[in-house]
Ligand binder design. Structure first.
Ligand code: NAP
Ligand code: GLV
Length: 306
């Protein structure tokens, strides 16, 4: 079995070494133009030249959860596309989102500013019932996040394409339920995949449906958000703030209006990082399952886009 590794944003050597150690029966190599045909590939944003050469792959394993960049490539129709299925990401995402929600709800930024100014001040406790949180996307990450938020007794709503039942979460599904879902939420967390259906889904109209003094947490993809619409809603006061981990252009360009906006917290696409060891273990299990002809989780439906 021949496995090729082609990673644009991670150092390929530790991946090659880790895969080789876990799959001693295979020949694992870092891809170079003109390399021999492989059975499986482990990739992140490979160049089109990679797929133009590697047309016989049984499966291509993405070293992230989101496959929007990968699906933009022309990949041989017979190649299965497989994404990371949690691999240690959901707990990181739950930490990040709960931190952002609680920081906003408990006004920790205001307390920090008071302390820096030498002020011992109290704020009126806010009611959790006034802070319903909505999670868009109830997949591997969204479900874990929604469940984690229920632990803090926030009212939690979720929205997905197909119907779900999650204890403690009011689940909504389908395009026709989007507006009803949004109008019940004050804090909105985006964990949708980026597809033609979800691009620009966070815009003036949809964010305008949130309860007054709404708050946005975007941890999915930058292209979900119409950036100027967010600025308009923050300026008007309809939105109280936003925590953004993902951007249309990454790294966020110098001078971009989000960098120093007083109501926006920026993090550098770090809410749920790929953990190499866990990811290699998962990919190895899946390669073995594919070789045995067994079903695997996280297989991407090209038509659906995720
Ligand atoms: P997933 O398991 O595929 O879940 C996607 C969810 O979105 C599913 O519940 C799906 O509904 C729902 N959905 C898809 N299209 C929809 C539509 N048109 N309308 C309503 N709901 C729709 O994906 P995941 O593993 O949770 O990851 C989600 C995304 O997070 C990734 O695609 C990636 O972009 C992002 N991400 C970001 C980071 C970061 O560090 N910032 C890290 C990892 C992932 P169904 O369940 O009904 O199919
Ligand atoms: C990160 O953004 C991922 O999709 O894994």
């Amino acid at each position: 079995m021949h496995i090729t590794v082609c990673l644009s944003q991670q150092k390929p050597d530790p991946w090659q070494q880790g895969l080789q150690a876990a799959l001693p029966e295979a020949d694992v190599r870092i891809w170079q133009p003109g390399a021999p045909a492989a059975d499986h590939a482990v990739v992140w944003s490979p160049p089109q030249a990679f797929f133009d050469e590697q047309t016989q792959l049984k499966a291509v394993f993405n070293t992230g959860a989101g496959v929007d960049a990968l699906l933009a490539a022309r990949i041989a129709p017979g190649t299965r596309i497989v994404r990371l299925d949690d691999a240690g990401m959901s707990v990181q995402m739950a930490e990040y989102v709960c931190h952002a929600v609680i920081r906003h709800f408990r006004e920790f930024d205001a307390y920090e500013a008071d302390v820096k100014a030498g002020r011992w001040s109290y704020r009126k406790p806010r009611l959790r019932t006034d802070f319903p949180v909505g999670v868009m996307g109830l997949g591997v990450l969204g479900e874990r996040v929604a469940r984690a938020l229920t632990v803090f007794d926030f009212p939690v709503h979720g929205w997905s394409r197909t119907a779900k039942a999650i204890e403690g979460v009011v689940c909504h599904s389908g395009e026709d339920r989007l507006d009803g879902f949004l109008s019940q939420c004050r804090v909105l967390v985006n964990l949708l995949p980026l597809t033609p259906q979800t691009e620009n889904i966070l815009n003036r109209r949809t964010l305008g449906l949130l309860r007054p003094e709404g708050y946005l947490i975007n941890v999915a993809r930058g292209a979900h958000l119409v950036e100027d619409d967010l600025l308009v809603l923050l300026d008007s006061g309809h939105l109280a703030g936003a925590t953004l981990d993902v951007f249309r252009t990454e790294p966020l360009p110098a001078g971009h209006g989000f960098w120093n906006h007083p109501k926006i917290t920026v993090t550098p696409h770090t809410s749920a990082r790929t953990l190499r060891e866990e990811s290699i273990a998962q990919i190895v299990r899946k390669i073995r399952a594919v070789e045995r002809g067994e079903p695997i989780a996280g297989e991407v439906d090209r038509q659906r886009g995720y």
